[in-house]
Each structure stands twice: as C-alpha cells, then as structure tokens.
Ligand binder design. Structure first.
Ligand code: NAD
Ligand code: ZN
Length: 248
C-alpha cells in the first residue's frame, strides 16, 4: 500500500481524537510494543532472545515441567532487565486519560508492571505480572521484586515449586481480568489497540469483537498487523509519540 500523505494522516488524527474525546466508554488494549521505547525486550526479534533460545518455547508449562531452573534463569534475566526500565510517554498518556473517562479499562498483555508504575489503576493484566510468584503446590501467591538466590525458588509454606505469576502459552487467562476485559469489549464505544502484533489468542480477537458491535477501532503500531484491515484508523508510529497525541 502507498504511504498516506501527511494531510491524510493529520485528518485521520483529528477524526480519531474526536472519537476518543467524545466517547463515554473507552477501552485500550496494549502489547509489548508499548513497552519497547522503555527498553523492555519483546519476544520476537533479536533483543528478546536469551542464550539464542526462542523465548516462545520457554514461556510454556511444558518447558517449566521439564526444566524449571532454566525457565527461572530466563525469568530472572527478564526481571533484571525490566527492573531497570521506566514508563514512557505512552504509558503516561494512558494513565492520565483514565481520570477523564467515566468508563475506562486498560487491558494489557504486558507483564512488566509499567502501566501500574505510570499510575494506571483501571487495569486488567490478562497475562499476569512478572513481579508475582505462585506456588505450584499450595497456590499461594505473592509479590516479589527481588532476585532469588536459589533457582528454582521454593515455597516457604509447603516446599512446592514457585512459578512466575504470568500466563504461559497454552494456559487459561486469569478469570477476573479476562472477565473484566470481555465486559468492557461488549460495551466500549472506542477501542485503541496499541503495540500488539495481534497474533496471540485470545487478545488477537478483541478488535474484531468490538468492531462487530459497532465500536470504532484505532490501531497504533509502526507495522501492519492482522487486525489493521478492520480498523477505522491506523497510525503507523511509536506509541510513545502517537498515544500522547491521540489522548492529549
Ligand atoms: P509482540 O512482541 O508479539 O508484538 C509487539 C508489537 O509491537 C509488534 O506488532 C510491533 O510492530 C509493535 N511495536 C514495536 N515497537 C513499537 C512501538 N514503539 N510502539 C508501538 N508498537 C510497537 O507482543 P504482543 O502482541 O504483546 O504479544 C506477545 C506476548 O508476549 C504477550 O502476550 C506478552 O504476554 C508477552 N510479552 C510481554 C512483554 C512485556 O510485558 N513488556 C514483552 C514481551 C512479550
Ligand atoms: Zn506452597
């Protein structure tokens, strides 16, 4: 496709700003791209690789059952990287907009905690959070920001293996967060989809769900994705630049 002219982009931005400003009910879905400008490694691409291994093969219950130490080494590496990252202008714009919308939900696939760090509170973390750990034995869950000295870490109460509190490929989403997301998708007037490749189910289907009901769908992503075709407006830029303009 030809690149749209500067005038066309400006016109689309004016229209999208108006949809966002005038709607009562706004939903935003974010993915790893929103944290890219903060320096959080994505899964796909060379900076996301660890010991040249494909992270997608490590983020599975099978990998954990087979070699919990290796999976934990990777998570410890990720946790260290994320610890040094701060929210960017995109996170901040999303945190600010929730104060002015009567009905708002930020649905994120990110596990890095940067939305919360930016001040977002009306937040559904549908893939969990890398700073929580859960016991495979007794189910106890807690927040843990520090490093573990012995890997894999074990539960103080029952001795069971601790696992990262994130959703792995092939696992169910946490019921409460995914329920909130589904409810919002069934009523929002506008959905902004930012920084997600829209290939990981079920979030990959959220844009189509909202669109079928008549919501306006706006995409923010430097690249085309499988949902681009159904969007009412697409902005091919970085979320740290486009989101402040869109939500300003
Ligand atoms: P993805 O890595 O599959 O896709 C990232 C998308 O962001 C791409 O489409 C890319 O074009 C876009 N992008 C890159 N830079 C951008 C920028 N500056 N602004 C806007 N968009 C940009 O990520 P996904 O769709 O979230 O799916 C990957 C899965 O892996 C998620 O489910 C998530 O749980 C997990 N994950 C999470 C994190 C995190 O917490 N930050 C990081 C990597 C992976
Ligand atoms: Zn336990």
């Amino acid at each position: 496709m030809d690149k749209p002219s500067r005038e066309a982009v400006a016109g689309a931005m004016d229209a999208a700003v108006k949809w966002v400003r005038e709607c009562r009910s706004l939903c935003v879905l974010t993915g790893a791209g929103v944290s890219a400008e903060s320096g959080v490694p994505t899964f796909r691409g060379p900076e996301g690789l660890w010991k040249r291994r494909d992270p997608v093969s490590l983020a599975t219950p099978e990998a954990f059952a087979e070699d919990p130490k290796e999976v934990w080494e990777w998570y410890q590496w990720r946790r260290r990287k994320i610890r040094g990252c701060a929210p960017n202008a995109g996170h901040r714009a999303l945190a600010a907009v929730e104060a002015v919308k009567p009905d708002f939900l930020l649905v994120t696939q990110n596990v890095d905690g940067l939305h919360r760090a930016a001040g977002s509170r009306r937040l559904a973390e549908i893939h969990g959070n890398i700073w929580t750990v859960r016991c495979v034995g007794c189910g106890a869950e807690r927040y843990e920001q520090g490093d573990f000295t012995d890997l894999p870490p074990r539960c103080g109460a029952c001795g069971g293996l601790l696992r990262p509190g994130v959703v792995w490929f092939g696992e169910m989403l946490p019921r409460e967060a995914s329920g909130e997301a589904m409810e919002m998708l069934s009523r929002c007037e506008v959905l902004i989809v930012a920084g997600t490749s829209a290939v990981v189910a079920p979030a990959s289907g959220y844009a189509a769900m909202a669109k079928r009901r008549g919501a306006r769908v706006i995409e923010v992503n430097p690249d085309e994705t499988p949902v681009s075709g159904i969007c009412d407006a697409t902005f091919r830029g970085k979320s740290g630049e486009v989101l402040p303009a869109l939500l300003g």
